[in-house]
Design a protein around this ligand. Sequence first.
Ligand SMILES: [Zn+2]
Length: 346
Amino acid sequence: MPKHSEERYYDPDWKRPEIIYGESLVGEIAKPGERLAVATMEIPWNLVKGKLPVKPEAVVFVQDMELRTLESLEKAVPPVDVVAGIGGGSSHDLAKYIALKKGARLVQVPTILSSDASVTSAIGIREGWRVRYIGHVEIDRILVDFSLIKQAPKELVRYGASDILSSHTAKYDWKIASSRHKERFDQSYYEKARDMLAKLAENRFEVRDVTDEGIKTIVELYLGYAEIAEKLRSDRAQEGSEHFFAYNVEYLTRRQYVHGKLLAVGILAMSYIQENEFDKILQLMRDMGLEARPSIVDLGKEDFSKAMMTLRTFAERGGYYYSVINEIELDRSISEELYKILSSTF
Ligand SMILES: [Zn+2]
């Protein structure tokens, strides 16, 4: 039986899931005789549906990530042995939810890398458009099928680097929080996170070109951060004000985004607010082929400024970590100035 839990968020005994890198791996999803459910979206489903090893008992398509939607989707799925999440972050979170409720083995098959959801154990859901994490699932296997991932638009793989790059601003927030005695600090995990960022920078052109090595770099670094989160029992090393910005934009605009794209805007914005190596991060993004203009996620000046100005209240109400936004007044003039700077950087 897989070690899923509805109550626990982190597992200090966490073990790295089995990761298989290669080509044409879809056949590894289930063994003959196993009952399979698939969580997916239309585009990835069309890529794999003819190649599955067993006929699924249910194919569930992502609608939105609101908890009540997930509940009703899950109820329609018959008992199964394996749940496979095939697609991007939403498919993986839906698969986690179904696996948790069914007590089934979980296999994740990323076809894009827009967020780290294929690797992490917590289930990211929305309640009234606010992000919440529920439960903890044990991932049995992650199939990293290079040829499958390379069929996606390159940008939907490159922006996967955002969930690693977010450590740049998150680590800074962690330091602020610990210096104000709001949070425990752990030097060795801090340094580990720093070294992983260096690894991303080292392989930045592989990420830009979406090579096997670039894909592997992103997946391995996701795993590195997942391990830190499990052992530290906190996502601090990778989640800070840049994520809160992204969550607030979702909340305010009631729209679904490619996580890594929206997050890129948050990372660059917060590195400016933190006065934390803005130019270096900008260059690294350019080298990886990422942009962080608010317009890449159709965010206009008014929505961007509103997201900035309401950020502290949003983070406090949501019970998110202490960060730079608790210390700096983000008024209209700073917000509009920042919008102008980000819009002219690429
Ligand atoms: Zn994220």
